[in-house]
Write a protein that binds this ligand. Structure first.
Ligand code: DC
Length: 237
């Protein structure tokens, strides 16, 4: 059977990576988390002291210019890979070092959203993503997969859920992490991120014209996966 390219895009806190991972497992395909690649570049920039590992505001100062000046050197010295573990999960490596844990912090996430707007960074990562998926048999998730990385992907899914539902999910995650979030703040953050993702100049989050929209606001995880497996099976027929 032909091995297709599955592109999954969507808003933050929609469960994209969980869905992409499960679909890859179901299909027997390779899964690529492109967000992890942006995070790895951010980690490299933080380590080179060109990105402040703090809030977004901290980056509005002098570091921004320094980062822009040095981004070429950073990218020349950044080799990102994914290494499959014995339990089947994948860890991202930066110049051979397993940085899976280090890239999952809030600070690196903030850094990633800063470096994701730099055109050279996007060109660098998009070229690698296209290389990884060129033979098909891949499920790739991100913000620009169906529009920029693989506009010719056979199956494009665009995941969404209402801001309120996503804020609720994020709120629960934060509570589980032992934090004490305020619901109104979490909702405001979800709305802010949506605005930033959809309004940036470089590859803004946009639904591809031929993407299938999956709104999982009122679906259980099982219902959602059954629905997605069905879409995938129909596409592969
Ligand atoms: O999905 P994530 O939170 O791991 O992504 C980290 C950051 O990278 C986030 O700010 C969005 C950005 N990103 C992007 O611009 N394009 C992608 N294909 C994937 C992630």
């Amino acid at each position: 059977m032909k091995q297709i390219i599955v592109a999954i895009d969507g808003y933050s806190s929609c469960g994209k990576s969980t869905i992409a991972k499960q679909l890859a497992q179901y299909a027997g395909y390779r899964y690529i988390d492109t967000g992890a690649m942006y995070r790895a570049v951010a980690l490299q920039a933080i380590r080179k002291q060109l990105l402040e590992p703090k809030s977004n505001d901290a980056l509005e100062g002098g570091n921004k210019g320094a980062l822009a000046d040095h981004i070429g050197i950073i990218l020349d010295n950044t080799h990102i890979d994914f290494v499959v573990q014995s339990d089947g999960t994948q860890h991202v490596t930066l110049n051979g070092e397993d940085v899976e844990k280090q890239i999952r912090t809030l600070e690196v996430g903030n850094g990633a959203s800063q470096i994701a707007v730099i055109p050279e960074v996007r060109r660098f990562l998009v070229a690698q993503q296209q290389q990884m998926g060129k033979n098909g048999g891949i499920v790739m998730d991100g913000r620009d997969i169906g529009t920029v990385v693989f506009p010719e992907a056979e199956l494009k899914l665009f995941l969404t859920a209402s801001p309120e539902v996503r804020a609720e999910r994020r709120y629960k995650e934060l509570i589980e992490k032992g934090e004490q979030p305020v619901m109104a703040d979490v909702l405001a953050d979800v709305n802010d991120r949506d605005y930033r993702d959809t309004h940036r100049d470089e590859s803004p989050l946009r639904q591809a014209d031929d993407a299938i929209v999956v709104d999982n606001s009122h679906m259980t995880r099982e219902e959602q996966m059954t629905h997605i497996y069905h879409i995938f099976d129909e596409k592969c027929k």
